[in-house]
Write a protein that binds this ligand. Structure first.
Ligand code: AMP
Length: 115
């Protein structure tokens, strides 16, 4: 499925630099970084929102967390990064193809819930 910008990116229809890729996901730098490190981990399968994931997506969801850890290690930020999933317009989701934000490289205020 390539109906969103991320669908087109994972399908190779829009060029993007994959800083990580495996069978199930890719990682790219966010085009409008909110921190020195702001990477998106995007599954190749198009699931619009986390809330749309189903039981058969369990392995994929676990895989995305492992991939995020791998990418964090690859970037040398494994000791301090934050993982964010915006679910739904009301939470700020703008691209309706599930993705994880890896945010790092700046100090996090203690107790903050968001990036
Ligand atoms: P969200 O608000 O969680 O849906 O996040 C969408 C993110 O995708 C935003 O942080 C955008 O800056 C980012 N973004 C949108 N288009 C692109 C693109 N072509 N390449 C990289 N990042 C993008």
């Amino acid at each position: 499925m390539s109906d969103t910008i991320f669908g087109k990116i994972v399908a190779g229809e829009i060029p993007a630099e994959f800083i990580y890729e495996d069978d199930h996901c890719v990682a790219i730098n966010d085009i409008a970084p909110q921190a020195p490190v702001h990477v998106l981990v995007i599954p190749k399968k198009a699931i619009p929102r986390l809330a749309d994931a189903e039981a058969h997506d369990q392995d994929l969801l676990g895989h995305l967390l492992l991939a995020a850890g791998n990418v964090a290690r690859q970037l040398g930020v494994e000791d301090a990064f934050r993982l964010i999933i915006n679910n739904g317009e009301g939470a700020g989701q703008t691209v309706f193809h599930l993705h994880l934000h890896i945010i790092a490289g700046r100090e996090f205020a203690e107790g903050h819930m968001a990036g």
